[in-house]
Design a protein. Structure first.
Lengths: 306, 253
């Protein structure tokens, strides 16, 4: 069975700018996949190439085994894309837009599915409203409905919750989770790392046109990035310096509060506590914060900039 | 070719201009009527055109075809550039529609708008002149070709232009002069030799002259020549447009 999306040795040049530098990537069927990267990293370029919106000369891109250039009709029938920018046609109502979008894919009588989409995306009462009358969040939900109107197996959402308020973001998360539960492959790009952490099973990180990480979310979180140890201490005299053994790990020292960055597998919390006690410092509270995706992301992209 | 897809894009384009009928159909009919009243009143009996044909009657086919040309161009060009600049064109580009299907639907909708405006101008003109067509088939053939040619030009302009200003330039510096200087208001036989010769390089001249032939059975050139020139020009423009669409010129980066 073909993978949902395969990208092989993909390069993209915009005149002198080498926007994608030999990307190799496979997204399996049924996955919830996250594509992360700083602004200008090449995420949207990659997605636009998969969607057929951007041309390329070097490499190969397939959707469910269909080449997006040579066999674009079949590739696009299986792909639904929600673009990053909120765009709409001011001439039409929500229902008209969805009927028209269905027709482009050869679907003539699609109202039952359109009604279901409208209901799932909480747009039923706006079905006959012109798109100009909708709020930004509603327009974004209409775009999601447009991308799903032909029931694609693979759904790509390019920053779907950008500019959406917290409540609507949760509604969208629920909806996207439900889509995934129904068997759709979901590819999500987002700036909200907690969003990727909450939703995605596997994550790729792109930086300056290169794939710098591709792993399961847990494996990425486990990648030797340390933990943060926050201590509340008491001493007879305010602590001016930490014991020599802890100097390299110190992030912050603020009277009775100490924050240390510990390596995941090599640094022992017991050793830290012993070192402090040996200096006459009593620890009255401690808090351990595991690395999250943001730490991993920052670490990986920072390591490349240095 | 997926007929449902082409039909849907055609329907969407028709629905689009149907939602702004005042601007897309009624306004051009009123404009043509004003031309008819002003030029007909001012020049009737002062300008010799075809033998036995009154100037106002001579003027009507030219005005119809000029309206067809300008509105067919306006439809495809403005729809495309609006979709491009507002970004909603992406929802067409993401579909399985081929470049040929895209082309067919846009051109067919623009031709329809051109013909509807032309029919409107003709209907209003009948209040002022008695103008039965002499050769309805010729009339129909020139109406279709006369609308298709600017419809395709409109697509080229819409694809090429990156902003409304560039499209306005295309319209004001190419379409308007070519349609005004194509013999709408005069027979080219009344022109000095240089200008008469130059008129033969204007494709819209053949559209108007051939269309007039459909009404009066006479023209400045043979209708077969007009048909051949228009057909050739349409094929050339279509080839250029299809090539632009196929490579995604200024549509897919």
């Amino acid at each position: 069975m073909s993978d949902a999306i395969t990208v092989s040795r993909l390069h993209k040049h915009y005149f002198a700018v080498h926007a994608l530098r030999g990307i190799d990537l496979t997204i399996r069927r049924g996955e919830f996949f996250g594509l992360l990267g700083p602004n200008g990293a090449g995420k949207s370029t990659l997605i636009n190439i998969v969607a057929g919106l951007t041309r390329y000369r070097e490499g190969e891109v397939r959707v469910l085994g269909y080449d997006v250039t040579r066999d674009y009709r079949r590739a696009r029938r299986h792909l639904g894309v929600v673009p990053q920018e909120v765009v709409f046609d001011p001439f039409f109502t929500v229902r008209e837009v969805l009927r028209i979008q269905s027709g482009y894919f050869g679907l003539g009588h699609n109202d039952a599915w359109i009604d279901e989409l409208l209901q799932s995306l909480r747009l039923t009462d706006k079905a006959d409203a012109n798109l100009r009358e909708l709020s930004g969040g509603m327009k974004r939900r209409v775009m999601i409905a447009q991308a799903l109107v032909h029931k694609p197996e693979v759904v790509v959402l390019d920053e779907p919750t950008a500019g959406v308020d917290v409540e609507q973001r949760k509604t969208l998360w629920e909806f996207i989770r439900r889509l995934h539960g129904q068997g759709h492959t979901i590819v999500l790009t987002t700036h909200y790392l907690e969003e990727a952490e909450a939703l995605c099973e596997r994550i790729a990180i792109i930086d300056r046109g290169e794939l710098i990480a591709l792993d399961s979310k847990q494996a990425l979180l486990d990648r030797g990035i340390g933990r943060t140890l926050r201590l509340t201490i008491t001493t007879e005299q305010p602590l001016a310096v930490v014991p020599a053994a802890l100097t390299s790990k110190l992030r912050r020292l603020d009277g009775s509060r100490v924050e240390l960055q510990l390596e995941k597998d090599t640094d022992s919390i017991i050793a830290v506590l012993d070192a402090l006690r040996s200096q006459g410092t009593d620890v009255i509270d401690l808090e351990i914060e595991e690395a999250d995706l943001e730490d991993v992301f920052v670490e990986l992209t920072r390591a490349r900039s240095q | 070719m997926t007929l449902r897809g082409v039909y849907t894009l055609f329907y969407k384009e028709v629905l689009r201009f149907g939602k702004v009928l005042l601007q897309t159909l009624l306004a051009p009919v009123v404009t043509a009527l004003l031309y008819l009243l002003v030029f007909g009143q001012a020049l009737e009996g002062r300008v010799n055109v075809f033998p036995g044909v009154e100037y106002t009657a001579f003027l009507v086919p030219g005005l119809i075809m000029m309206s067809v040309i300008q509105n067919a161009f306006a439809n495809s060009s403005s729809s495309l550039i609006q979709s491009k600049l507002t970004g909603n064109l992406v929802f067409i580009l993401l579909t399985p529609l081929s470049h040929l299907e895209f082309f067919t639907a846009f051109v067919a909708a623009a031709v329809l708008r051109g013909l509807l405006v032309g029919a409107g101008v003709y209907a209003v003109a009948l209040f002022f002149v008695d103008l039965p067509p002499a050769y309805p088939l010729w009339l129909f053939a020139f109406a279709i070709l006369g609308a298709a040619m600017p419809a395709v030009l409109g697509l080229i302009a819409g694809i090429w232009a990156r902003k409304f200003d560039q499209l306005a330039g295309f319209q004001n510096f190419i379409i308007m002069p070519l349609s005004f200087l194509s013999g709408v208001f005069y027979s080219i036989h009344a022109l000095p030799e240089f200008w008469r010769g130059l008129s033969h390089f204007n494709p819209f001249f053949y559209a108007i002259d051939g269309f007039r032939y459909g009404f009066f059975g006479v023209g400045d050139v043979s209708p077969l020549v007009s048909l051949a020139v228009m057909g050739g020009f349409l094929l050339l423009l279509s080839g250029i447009t299809l090539a632009m669409l196929k490579i995604g010129y200024r549509l897919r980066d």
